[in-house]
Write a protein that binds this ligand. Structure first.
Ligand SMILES: Cc1cc2nc3c(=O)[nH]c(=O)nc-3n(C[C@H](O)[C@H](O)[C@H](O)COP(=O)(O)OP(=O)(O)OC[C@H]3O[C@@H](n4cnc5c(N)ncnc54)[C@H](O)[C@@H]3O)c2cc1C
Ligand code: FES
Length: 217
């Protein structure tokens, strides 16, 4: 949770994924969405900001015999990038965005992934469609051995929902990183809950990573 302004407007910190660890620091990768991220964009280099974190959980690693399939929609790449880096050469990445220009860090993703399947909504790069659709066309060849895969995903809600239907059908375990509006970030305000088959869960505390099957989509 990062403070975007020293004053009271906006009052609340904004949630970001730990995009990448550097020598003695960390990087975030963000898309300008509204007021807070707009302020961040115009901030002078060297400005100090308060930060609360790291918060929440993380993606569990796959077992040695599993092939990780990583699905990223748009800025969702910020959440899975460290995992791709950590899995050094093992992950097959399905990376989708609205247009070619929205495919951030593609060169670096290619560097660390085993393979990258790109898609865009407008067809300006890779296959036309979403990352959930490209995953769906990839899986039938492996229908007899779905347990060899472990899926990790972050992106817009409709992408995660579509993906969860596919992984349920193929009985593949999928971990999704959920995005909800955050207020406190520490589990106190209940502003970030999602409905699961085991009651409501807080994205900031029990998440953001949850299994696709536990969520009531
Ligand atoms: C766990 C988590 C990790 C995140 N990681 C990243 C990241 O690495 N990079 C990144 O760019 N963004 C990330 N986000 C989203 C980021 O928090 C929002 O984009 C940011 O808070 C927007 O702030 P703003 O003041 O610019 O927009 P606001 O002015 O607050 O809102 C602008 C518009 O965006 C919508 N919006 C704002 N926040 C969210 C949200 N969380 N979910 C859905 N809609 C929202 C609002 O409803 C409004 O329509 C993450 C969110 C969560 C919950
Ligand atoms: S943001 Fe307050 S409980 Fe999650």
């Amino acid at each position: 949770m990062i403070e975007v302004n020293k004053g009271t407007d906006p009052l609340l910190k904004r949630a970001f994924s730990l995009f990448r660890k550097t020598g003695d620091g960390l990087q975030i990768l963000y898309r300008v969405r509204g007021k807070g991220t707009g302020i961040l964009r115009n901030m002078k280099e060297g400005t100090s900001l308060d930060m609360l974190g790291p918060l929440g959980n993380f993606y569990p690693l796959p077992s040695e015999d599993q092939t990780p399939l990583i699905i990223a929609g748009g800025i969702g790449i910020a959440s899975v990038f460290s995992l791709i880096e950590r899995l050094a050469g093992k992950a097959i990445v399905f990376y989708g965005a609205r247009t070619q220009d929205d495919l951030l860090m593609l060169k670096e993703v290619r560097e660390y992934a085993h393979d990258v399947i790109v898609s865009t909504d407008d067809g300006s790069a890779g296959k036309k469609g979403t990352a959930a659709e490209t995953l769906r066309s990839f899986l039938p060849s492996y229908a007899s051995s779905p347990a060899q895969f472990c899926i990790y995903a972050c992106g817009p809600y409709p992408l995660l929902k579509a993906l969860s239907q596919t992984t349920k059908e193929y009985r593949i375990r999928a971990y999704v990183s959920m995005e909800e509006h955050m207020a406190c970030g520490i589990g106190a305000c209940l502003g970030c809950v999602v409905k699961t088959h085991d009651g409501y869960k807080r994205v900031c505390k029990e998440g953001p990573v949850m299994t696709a099957t536990e969520i009531v989509w």
